[in-house]
Design a protein around this ligand. Sequence first.
Ligand code: SF4
Ligand code: SF4
Length: 314
Amino acid sequence: MTRRLPIVPSAEAPRAQLVHDAPAAPPWDHLPTVEWQVCGQCNYDCSYCIQSKKYRVGYPTAQQLDRALTVLAELDGRWEVKMTGGEPFASRLFFDQIVPALVQTPHRISTLTNLSAPVRQLQWFAEQCGEKLGIVSASLHFEFTTTDQFLRSLTAMRDAAHAEASFVVNCVLAPAHLEAVARAQQQVQDAGFRFFPQLMKVKHGLFPYDDGQMEAVRNIVGDLSLATRLRTANMAPAYTGRLCWTGARYFVLLQSGDAWSCRSARRYDEGYLGNAYDGSLSLRTRPVRCAYPLCPCTVPANRGMIEGVERSPR
Ligand code: SF4
Ligand code: SF4
């Protein structure tokens, strides 16, 4: 059961402070995780994409990937490497270099994908990862695919994966697509997949849904406060004032090689951990007390990094 802690109102200028008398790792069940933004390259161009177009291009060079993979291989213990993009499957380097190197590490391998790769490539990925495959978070984008096509690919990938691997379907609650999202939710669940709707984010926070749109969102998500608490949808909650081990047991590694403690910290130009390509990356040894008014990413919460938020069982 998730314990509820009081939310401390955010200060005007957020500054997360290191807490020196706290342990180096969360004293509860957690999974150290790196979210690796492998590339910016993406074969889609969704109208609601929060990644600005200038960052939605390019794949690191083979040499840069080698350095990043070396850093990941040297992480202490068993981590989860969750690959994001852009679209990780968008380059041959993913198949020829990244996956073969990652499967040699002890780490759990997860990926976020728009599932546009040919089915045989999706199956290859599941087979190569074997027992190390953790979570496939597949994002359904109606502007570029249909629910039927998407589910055919995802089902084929699941059939090639080991039985304990998790498959989740993400879907942005874009105002223009709310009816399509509601229809897809049923189809996705009927096919035996978890459906994870996400409030649409815009540059400075959440999209300002009007009353009618909010009603449609509620019909999909259900009780909004319950969904926030149970994390059955990404409601971008706030954990301001709580201890958080991002930067120590979780970090974000960008395609530039730069590493940040979490995405909110980066937005405020805080939490820089160094660069994986030039050898300067160094993790914190203590948690911070969160100072940010929004925690838009689900991974730190789901992997047990935040005080009072239990690790998700998947
Ligand atoms: S698939 Fe993802 S990264 Fe690519 S354009 Fe759409 S939202 Fe952006
Ligand atoms: S991951 Fe969330 S809780 Fe942790 S510091 Fe960042 S915004 Fe705060």
